[in-house]
Design a protein around this ligand. Structure first.
Ligand code: C5P
Length: 246
């Protein structure tokens, strides 16, 4: 496996296009360049399971980013169903608590077994980066944001989740505290010179790899590029180079 192939296993394209046909056309334009597609709530609500199946048929691995948060029984069932679609990564909210997280991991393993496919990783979202300390206080959490992030990450690890979603600025706090194979997936990635958009705190692909991220999620820098495949390849090359010095 070349270093570019290894980078390909770690780069997730955020397929944030609301229309399923347009989303599939975009995915098709990246076939052969990228491996992973992230399907989030807007696209899934429109395109549903058939869209996931079509991406799988095109040969993509799918990250189903639906951030489940409900009673344990519901989340277990949802993760079982997602695993049955053949997705490789999925998300839940760590604040749903231990029983819900354990249910998620159990449901994902069960769904994969039923479908005869490899077990997907359940990733836990700790504190949404749209929340700050005063938002946490509003919902009764008095701890500092970083303390809450670390506490929820540890809870996810103890409960059998496969990793967490974290902002790149949290990598230096989280990576030393959470040994691999527990994984860290990070959005907020901008190659040097790319538009930052609404992302407030960004990191380059190379710095995220050197900081200990296992997967990077990148959307607009690829989606809005005049040549998407070329933009994706440049990011893969930067990741491969960083991996060599990591
Ligand atoms: O277009 P961009 O590269 O900013 O896309 C990043 C992806 O990661 C989007 O799908 C977005 O929902 C997700 N995300 C994020 N920031 C977070 C958490 C998730 O940008 N803090």
């Amino acid at each position: 496996m070349t270093s570019l192939d290894r980078a390909r296993d770690r780069l997730v394209f955020a397929l944030d296009i609301a229309d399923p046909e347009e989303a599939l056309a975009c995915a098709r334009s990246l076939s052969g360049t990228l491996t992973w597609m992230k399907v989030a709530t807007t696209l899934f609500t429109r395109g549903g399971a058939p869209l996931v199946s079509q991406l799988r048929q095109m040969g993509f691995s799918v990250f189903l980013d639906l951030k489940f948060h409900d009673i344990p029984d519901q989340v277990q069932g949802a993760c079982r169903a997602a695993a049955g679609l053949g997705v490789g990564l999925m998300t839940v909210h760590a604040s749903g608590g231990r029983a819900m997280l354990e249910g998620a991991a159990f449901g994902a393993a069960q769904g994969a077994r039923d479908a005869g496919c490899p077990a997907p990783r359940v990733l836990a979202v700790t504190v949404l980066t749209s929340l700050d300390g005063s938002d946490l206080a509003d919902i009764g959490v008095e701890r500092a944001v970083e303390d809450q992030v670390l506490a929820l990450a540890r809870l996810a690890q103890d409960s059998g989740c496969g990793g967490i979603v974290a902002s790149p600025r949290e990598l230096s706090l989280l990576r030393p505290a959470l040994a691999r194979p527990f994984g860290i997936l990070t959005p907020g990635i901008r190659p040097l010179g790319a538009a930052v958009g609404d992302q407030k705190r960004v990191t380059t692909p190379g710095d995220a790899i050197r900081g200990g991220a296992d997967w990077l999620v990148v959307g607009r820098p690829i989606r809005k590029a005049p040549d998407r495949a070329a933009a994706a390849t440049a990011i893969l090359e930067e990741m491969a180079e960083a991996e060599a010095d990591a």
